[in-house]
Design a protein around this ligand. Structure first.
Ligand code: FPP
Length: 270
């Protein structure tokens, strides 16, 4: 969700208004995802670095915006069969924000369409640190239960059986497939500490469009671009991917969706 600040700057508006407009874009993108039966959509809404390095006033505005977004959109999530989930060190967010997040997650838990995962207070390196901590804690607990040492367990096969799936299962995203496509708005050509482990083979789509200008049609455009690519996963043959390729070709849906989902209203200077 990059480019909120620049969107505001171009209009001589305060950064806050850029974020507010960015929050408006979210629902259009989510509802388009739901309309095309996209099973997973993950938005990098707030990084650990944003939390540490942005001014306190901006962070606190973002927290309020997140809370009011959740309160204002749970009904629409339910109308669109969207389930809410989160990844990140969410336990470090303000308690009232956590409470609202929990409420939104529980209120949408029975939905079976798109899972919208918000990455909040998220950093991929810290996710890997948390995964390693979890693996070591689980190992120590197992050693206690068996009445032996961690060293004994390692010698008895725990070290040899540690593989890529051990790491994947310890990440916040254990329950999710790896992403097929990563969309980067505002023309930035970097990963910015997002899902570093999981995007090993993801396709990258970079658009100059700023996040507040990004809507459902642009999501379709990115997916259509993805659907034209050949993925080899380091191998030689095509046809190895079956995830979002099983979606209806989105080019068939663009006109229909354009009439159904109007882009967000633009905020004016207050
Ligand atoms: C990037 O723009 C965006 C953010 C740092 C925050 C986005 C978060 C929200 C809009 C909060 C609400 C969240 C949801 C899911 C409704 P930037 O400030 O880095 O823009 P710039 O690169 O142009 O300065």
């Amino acid at each position: 969700m990059d480019g909120n600040g620049r969107w505001a700057g171009k209009r001589a508006l305060k950064r806050f208004l850029g974020h507010q407009q960015g929050a408006e874009s979210v629902q259009y993108v989510v509802e388009t995802a739901s309309r095309i039966n996209l099973p997973w959509l993950t938005l990098y809404a707030f990084s650990l670095e944003n939390n540490l390095r942005r001014p306190k006033t901006e962070v606190s505005f973002l927290m309020k915006l997140l809370k009011s977004y959740l309160i204002g959109n749970v009904k629409r999530m339910n109308d669109n069969n969207v389930r809410m989930a989160y990844i990140g060190r969410t336990h470090d967010l303000p308690q009232e924000v956590q409470d609202t997040m929990q409420w939104a997650m529980e209120s949408t838990a029975k939905n079976s369409g798109t899972t919208l995962t918000l990455a909040l207070n998220y950093g991929a390196r810290s996710e890997i640190v948390d995964a390693v901590r979890k693996i070591l804690t689980d190992l120590t607990t197992e050693a206690h239960t068996r009445g032996c040492s961690v060293e004994d367990l390692l010698g008895a096969g725990a070290l040899d059986s540690l593989d890529e799936s051990t790491i994947s299962r310890a990440l916040y995203t254990a329950h999710m497939p790896d992403p097929d496509l990563i969309i980067r708005t505002s023309g930035e050509q970097r990963i910015s500490n997002f899902l570093l482990w999981q995007i090993a083979y993801a396709e990258i789509f970079v658009t100059d469009r700023l996040w507040p200008d990004f809507n459902g049609l642009h999501l379709l455009e990115a997916i259509a671009d993805y659907q034209r690519r050949e993925r080899r996963f380091g191998g030689l043959n095509e046809n190895s991917d079956e995830k979002i390729d099983t979606l209806q070709p989105v080019s068939e849906l663009e006109t229909e969706i354009a009439t159904e989902l109007t882009p967000p209203r633009e905020l004016s200077r207050r």
